[in-house]
Write a protein that binds this ligand. Structure first.
Ligand SMILES: C[S@@+](CC[C@H](N)C(=O)[O-])C[C@H]1O[C@@H](n2cnc3c(N)ncnc32)[C@H](O)[C@@H]1O
Length: 421
């Protein structure tokens, strides 16, 4: 059974720009509301209506006697350390860092400097920095307790040079101030968005459609017992809310068809396993098209890939978090400090690009991301940065062909490198 206690969420909400709206709707549903509020305000007024539907569905489910999640007790919380320990003990790195050489080049860290790794993950980028730069200190943040266990291990090996911080981007300001670290005092920041291989490869975490496990997807593990997991979302929300999530976060053209298949299937049995969801989605398409989609390397991709992406983004509130991470980086960096951001899909990259161009992302109701792309083309707009940022390279950086061969998971990565003015 899930334990209920929403305390940690309160501080998160208060730090959110839309906290009042969320609070007005009630703390219980705040995660859901926050989850799509970025899109509702920024990208589509249609979704604001969905917010209310999502909220109603969520509240009625929470007050029902059956409101236990499929994954809350089975997720790899702080107590389940077996897989995490095995990844510390194996010689294979738990996550291959993406565009490592490029990140080291653009961060250009000097001896004695302080670096903030906002996404420690398996520690690949941090370890390379520690090995390359004498006397560097790395503040290593991650929302995943398993990643922070690795950071603690690394901190023991490099005494005083690694400071593990367990928390989300949106909690960073409070974490830094509790350590007496002043805004404007960090020399370099790295944000390597998305999931780590440690998360993707462990069936128990429920991120991967290729491995059967509980439909979980919470990057925080069991840190917030009140946080809905992916199974909660697919078994609770109404068809329209599900379709909106698939459209907004998966850019899934067949969102309505898939949402309808999910609602039909859960009438018979709750959807609690990753492969159960994958087959429900596959079942709504003719057999011939299940692997007919192609990824960016033209390799066959399962028809449920976008559904999984959408649920993961929604469950972890990833776009609001990314926006919070970029704002935290802006406030933490010293003038002349450097920021590298790696993204893995177009929703993330568009958000980063526009933030670095100085757009106010809290007030974008007047145009859609696609229209903005066209506007850039029509006006031949060059990426010249903003009052806050100077691009270190005008064009976005993508992985080299050989790097993609060695690490296919990094194939869709895009790196943006900027200097804080
Ligand atoms: C792609 S991995 C980073 C890999 C790392 N650079 C390496 O070389 O091993 C992304 C990590 O960021 C963490 N993460 C994602 N969103 C976060 C957030 N909002 N706050 C804190 N950590 C986050 C995930 O838990 C994951 O461990």
């Amino acid at each position: 059974m899930i334990k209920r206690g929403a305390k940690p969420r309160i501080s998160l909400l208060i730090s959110s720009p839309r906290s009042n709206a969320s609070l007005a709707l009630g703390l219980e549903c705040a995660f859901i509301i926050k989850g799509i509020s970025f899109f509702s305000v920024s990208y589509s007024t249609m979704l604001w209506k969905t917010n209310r539907a999502v909220w109603r569905a969520w509240r009625s489910w929470k007050s029902s006697p059956h409101s236990s999640t499929a994954c809350a007790s089975s997720g790899p919380g702080p107590l389940d350390r077996s897989e995490e320990l095995s990844s510390v003990l194996t010689p294979k790195p738990p996550h291959t860092p993406v565009m490592l050489k490029e990140v080291l080049h653009y961060l250009d860290v000097q001896p004695g400097q302080v670096v903030l790794d906002l996404t420690f993950g398996g520690g690949g980028h941090t370890k390379a920095l520690l090995n390359m730069v004498h006397d560097v200190t790395v503040l290593a943040l991650d929302r995943d307790p398993a990643a922070i266990s690795l950071a603690r291990q690394l901190a023991k090996e490099h005494s005083g040079r690694v400071k593990p911080l367990l928390g989300r981007f949106s909690e960073l300001e409070a974490l830094l101030s509790s350590m007496n670290i002043k805004p404007g005092s960090i020399d370099a920041v790295l944000l390597d968005a998305g999931c780590s291989s440690m998360q993707m490869d462990q069936a128990q975490r429920g991120f991967a459609l290729s491995k059967d496990g509980p439909l979980d997807m919470r990057m925080d593990g069991d840190r917030y017992p009140d946080m809905p997991c992916a199974a909660d979302v697919v078994n609770t929300l109404d068809q329209q809310a599900l379709a909106s999530i698939l459209t907004a976060y998966g850019e899934e053209r067949h969102a309505r068809k898939i949402a309808s298949a999910i609602v039909e299937a859960r009438r018979v049995n709750p959807i609690t396993q990753t492969q159960q969801l994958a087959s429900v989605v596959a079942g709504s398409f003719p057999a011939a098209v299940v692997h007919a989609r192609k990824d960016r390397l033209q390799r066959p991709a399962h028809v449920a890939t976008k559904t999984f992406q959408a649920l993961r983004i929604f469950v972890n509130d990833e776009l609001n978090e990314l926006h919070a991470g970029l704002r935290a980086a802006r406030s933490a960096l010293t003038p002349g400090g450097r920021l590298c951001v790696i993204t893995f899909h177009s929703l993330e990259d568009r958000l980063v690009k526009r933030f670095l161009q100085g757009e106010d992302l809290s007030n974008l109701d007047h145009f859609s991301p696609r229209k903005q792309g066209k506007r850039d083309l029509v006006e031949g707009k060059r990426d010249v940065g903003s009052v806050d940022w100077l691009p270190l390279r005008r064009k976005v950086i993508i992985p080299k062909r050989d790097d993609v061969k060695d690490n296919p998971r990094g194939r869709s990565a895009k790196l943006r490198a900027v200097l804080r003015r």
